[in-house]
Structure formats: C-alpha cells, structure tokens
Design a protein around this ligand. Sequence first.
Ligand code: ZN
Length: 490
Amino acid sequence: MSLRVFNVLGREKVDFKPIEPGRVTMYVCGPTVQDYSHLGHAKTYISFDLINRYLRYSGNEVLYVQNITDVGHLLDTGEDRIIKKAKQTAAGSSAQPAALPMQIVESYAKAYFDDMDALGIQRPDISPRASAHIPEQIEMIQTLLKNENAYIADDGVYFDVSSHDGYGKLSNRKRDESETGSRTLKGRGKRNPEDFVLWVIAPPEHLLKWDSPWGKGYPGWHIECSAMSRKYLGETFDIHGGGIDNIFPHNECECAQSEAANGKPFANHWLLTGSLTVNGVKMSKSLGNFTRVRDALEKYRPEVIRAWVFQTHYSNPVDYSDDALAAAQKGWEGIMGAVRLTREALRSAQDSEAGSGFLAVIDQTKAQFIEAMDNDFNAPVAMSVLQTFTTEVNKLLNSGETVGKATLEAIEALYNELGGTVLGIVPAIEATSNADAKRQDGLIRLLIDLRQQSRAEKQFARADQIRNQLKALGVILEDRADGSIYKLEN
Ligand SMILES: [Zn+2]
C-alpha cells in the first residue's frame, strides 16, 4: 500500500502523489512570535514533525518550509499583534522606534526554536520571516492589482473576494461570520465585508513600516504565506499544513490570492491538525487556558508529550489533562522498559541462532506500523502496534530462554527505527553510539559492581549508601536473579 492522505481540499482521502516522485514540497503556517509557545502549538508542530519524519523515512526528499510571522498578523481591531505587544512592554524603550518590536520578535523566535528543539521536533529546512520578504509580498500585490483581483483604498490595498471564483473552496465558507452583526468592518476602505487586507497604510506613529507603491505601511498577514511559499516551493506545491482553526479566513485567503496571482493551483494536498482543547474548550492565548511548552516540559519528558499527541489522529482534537499525560507516560514507560531490557540483554548476548523465530514478529510489526502510517499518518494505530510488539518482547526476554545477539540487535534496531527515527519517542541515550551516554552508563555500572562487591563482603551499609545516592540522582536500581539493572528517572 502506498501513502494515502485526507485532503481537506475536497474532503476526501486520496493517494498522495507528489508533483515530482520522491521529492515532497511542504509548507506549514508557522507561529506569530509574540509570546511563548503553548501546548496547542506543540500539538500542531509535533504532528507535522511526524509527517515530515515519516515522509523522509519512506524514502522521500522533503523540502519543509515553515514561516515565522513577525509582522502583519492583525487583531480584530486591525492592530498588529507584535506592535501591540511592543506597546505593552515598557522596558527597553530605545532610541529607534523599530527596535522594540524587533527585540520582541527576536526573543520569542529564539524561545520558539528552543521549545521545539526540546520537544525533539526536527527543524524545517527554511524558516522564512515575513519582515524579510516585503519585496516579494509587494510584487504579489502588484500582480493582484494588475489582474483586477485587488483594489486600492485610502487605508490600504484589499483583495476583492468577488473577483475570484475559488474563494471559499477550501473552508466551504465565503463569509467571515465573526464580521457580521454588530461588528464593524475591519478596514475603512473595504468594499465588501469579506474582502481582506493585503497592504495596510500605516499611520505616521506606527513603529514598523516599509515603502510601497501605495505609501508607507506593512503587509496583511495572509499575503506572507503566499509570497514565501511561492518563493521557496513554487506556484504549486505538494502539502500545505497548519491548524484547522486557521482554515478560515487565513488559509482560504492564502489559497484565493495565490491562485488569483499565479493562475495555477496552490497546494495539492491540505493537511490540517485538530485543535487542542482543555475541558472541551480550545487552548488559546486569548482565553487564558493555556499551558506553555516550557512549563509542560518541567513536568513531562518530551517523549511523553509526543506520545500523548500520537494517541490521537493528527486531524482530531485532543483534550489536555494531567490524566491523559499520565496515561501517555505509563504507555511510554512500558515501551522504554522493554527497550532497556533489550539493551541490557545485548551486553552479555552470545552469537547464536537462539530466539530467531522472533524475527517473524519483527517483520510483521514493521509491516503493520508502515500500513498504519501509510493510512494518513495514523499514529494512534502505529503506537498500538509498538505496544503489542512490546508485550511480545517482554514475553520473550522474561521467558528465561536464551536469545541470541542477532535477534536482540534486530529488536533494538526496530525500536530505534520506528520509535526513534519516525516517532521520536525512543531516545538513543543509552545506546552505545553516544559517547556521553556511554560514559554515563560505564560510571553507573562501575557503581553497581562496587555495590555488588560490598554486598558480597557483607558491607551492607555501603551497599545501601550506593543505592540511595544513585536514587537521589535519579538512577533506580532493580535487583534481578541475573544481576542488577538500572532505570533513569525523568
Ligand atoms: Zn499561513
């Protein structure tokens, strides 16, 4: 079976066919760097990390672009989010007006990458910033004006929604319901409520602005994704990703203006992630019900946060609770227990054919895992395949029968491949390839040997001291019939 994906554009499951076989172009809407990332961001970017990892694992080259919005993401009031944050921040008022918003952008962009790195998310190949692509955005707006898909008003340039038939095809919506009723039009110069801003003419006191044919100002939010995806991925590319909450108006506007400007389809496959909820309500900064990634990482290992995200299909919503995280932790510890047992057994394994019947289980597990992931990246099924495999590994290794080195190596390799490379939940920390981990492992084993020696010499107080001090350092010893093994606590 080959990869099938649920394409939000058209609402159907389709065979995934990249424009160029073996080479996937993917654009994912990135963060507006105005504050620390919360777990809602983590859910989206862990999901696309898995998609990116699996596409590569399946033999594709992937060009993954994810923008950084550092200008132009407007609030309902028409105010730029970053400028608003800059105004709220009293500290650092410097000589140049542009310094404060850029300082905010830098510090939160850095925090964003720190958080995503800590979650084991592989960085996109290109992370372009909106503020560094003003000429490209201006150029696209000029094309839209020339094609009569846009018009100039007193306060900026707007996209004329009525000029483009395709508007509404992604979200099946044409009208921004949030703008109807008592709400006033966002832009003074709009002809229709659905029209959206491409370029905002800035008032003189505005902190960040650039020259344009229509006066000093700054771009609207949607145009950056259209301009930057075209620059790096071309007019038509394979995957457009993001969170479902941005399907309207953001993704719809991107799609309409790109297709109007280029005269070609925009993205062939739209993959959108479900939102993160807390007690059924969307986690968001504006509602104040959010948990920052860095706070969650104080409580849970990154692998546990990933395992929790993978318990639900990426397109579905996930509800956040300590119970859900605790369940994910238990599942992850089960897998890691078997990984450690395998690695431990490998230390004293002999070359033999013993246990080679298990290789069929390994092959079957891999086939089932791939089948699950080929079915629209079905991580919850892939996780359960790994859990079933873990039960089998535990049975084998606790059976008391000898297992040869080749079989143990094949078990470890499968964990490293599926759990490590694809899911990013099985760390290689205790693997022999990492020099620091090897040294740490050697030191712990030296202490285990010394403790054994103390016990043999009936120096029980010293043996207990070694055990307790290791425990204080988060190294838990477990005495077994065949010697002591250790576990590293979170
Ligand atoms: Zn976008």
